[in-house]
Ligand binder design. Structure first.
Ligand code: PLP
Length: 408
């Protein structure tokens, strides 16, 4: 008899043996108190914590405008969408949201998916069906959902070294001139916090007649005058053929989308299995996301406060001799370099200091570059930073972790 149970156990033991077994904190968010939350320990006791690693970057997940819109829509339209859009039609607020998103990115159309992961996976798979012979050029640090879509498409693909435009150009130049091509990359890389050279990548893509596909998941709501992302900040919205974003991070709700020319969106809508055969987002979610996007567009001061908080935390870690990695964005990664210490520091920060920051391990980042990743929001005040820096300083000494900045 095949020992199924043992096979599963071996898989779990392997992860444990490598020190990268993942434990999720049991947290209760309390509306109006973000980034404070209440953690429940395994013995059932409770602890007040400050959340330092949320991707709800601006606290929009608890914003009164968002909650109000969700509550009103829940009362007006009920809980679920009732099926796929093919079967059950489209919720009004989803149509309005798609129009709002398209306008935000200055595209003709947008299409919602149930998550950013699904948007990437479904779209990148489908583009390879729509464009037979498509050659995909993919940045080596692209997100798992992009990799999944590119692989599932089954076509020819080339990985270029992270943000290395010379390498990208060499690969583009080596491909047949008349083959359809797509360059897939991100704007803000969320584990290192670096930002791609959008203008340079677009220029290369144009030179070799390739489409551009940009994941702005960690930038939407956060960069650009109206928050449309780094492409808006850099003045290159028109150079991106297909932009993909999430509604689950800075927008504070859930869902994903692409925005592009109407004909591209129509083709993906008509062919993408991951769009067609799944129940659409509930009305309250699309209404909440719509309220959030409208708020974000009109409130650049939130983005300014966010950047200010991130800059302050980086400076304070550096002043304390902690190896903060050279991030250009709102992400504040601190290098540890092995999974066991990363886990230990994370555990001690939580248990002894009420600081919640998840360890970032392989396969999210390469082995040997394990780190802590802080995402301060406008709601993380100076007193919270005082406590955090003091706790980190003590633990760095206690655990004897290197203080020199390490280059990943
Ligand atoms: C989180 C993430 C996604 C997936 O978005 P979800 O809405 O969470 O599914 C896609 N791309 C990147 C770069 C991400 O970090």
């Amino acid at each position: 008899m095949y020992d199924y149970k043992a096979a599963f156990q071996t898989a779990v033991e392997q992860v444990k043996g490598e020190g990268r077994y993942r434990v999720f904190a049991d947290l209760k968010r309390v509306r109006g108190q973000f980034p404070r939350a209440v953690r429940r320990r395994e013995d059932g006791s409770e602890q007040d914590v400050i959340v330092w690693c949320s991707n709800d970057y601006l606290g929009m997940g608890q914003h009164p405008a968002v909650i109000g819109a969700m509550r009103a829509e829940l009362e007006a339209a009920g809980a679920g969408a009732g099926g796929t859009r093919n079967i059950s039609g489209t919720t009004r607020s989803a149509v309005d949201l798609e129009a709002e998103l398209a306008a935000w990115h200055r595209k003709e159309a947008a299409l919602l998916f149930t998550s950013g992961y699904v948007a990437n996976e479904a779209t990148l798979t489908t583009l390879q069906r729509l464009l037979p012979g498509l050659i995909v050029f993919s940045d080596s640090l692209n997100h798992a959902s992009m990799i999944a879509g590119i692989r599932n498409g089954g076509g020819e693909r080339h990985i270029y070294a992270h943000n290395d435009l010379e390498h990208l150009e060499a690969l583009l130049a080596a491909a047949p001139a008349d083959a359809p091509k797509l360059v897939a990359f991100e704007s803000v890389y969320s584990m290192d916090g670096d930002i791609a050279d959008l203008g340079g990548t677009i220029a290369l893509a144009r030179r070799y007649d390739a489409l551009t596909y940009l994941d702005e998941v960690h930038a939407v709501g956060l960069y650009g005058e109206t928050g449309a992302g780094v492409a808006e900040r850099d003045g290159v919205l028109d150079g991106i053929d297909i932009v993909e974003c999430t509604l689950g991070k800075a927008v504070g709700v859930m869902g994903g989308y692409i925005a592009a020319d109407a004909v591209i969106v129509d083709a993906v809508r008509s062919w993408a299995s991951g769009f067609i055969f799944t129940t659409s987002l509930p009305p309250a979610l699309t209404a909440g996301a719509l309220a959030s996007v409208r708020w974000l567009k009109a409130h650049p001061e939130l983005r300014a406060a966010h950047q200010q908080r991130a800059a302050t935390l980086k400076a304070r870690f550096a002043a304390a001799g902690l190896p903060v990695m050279p991030s250009e964005s709102h992400i504040v990664p601190v290098f540890v370099g092995d999974p066991v210490h990363t886990r230990m520091i994370s555990d001690l920060l939580l248990e002894e200091h009420g600081v919640y920051v998840q360890p970032i391990n392989y396969p999210t980042v390469p082995r040997g570059t394990e780190r802590l990743r802080f995402t301060p929001s406008p709601d993380h005040d100076d007193a919270m930073m005082d406590d955090l820096v003091a706790a980190m300083d003590r633990l760095w000494t206690h655990c004897n972790v290197a203080r020199l900045p390490a280059v990943a």
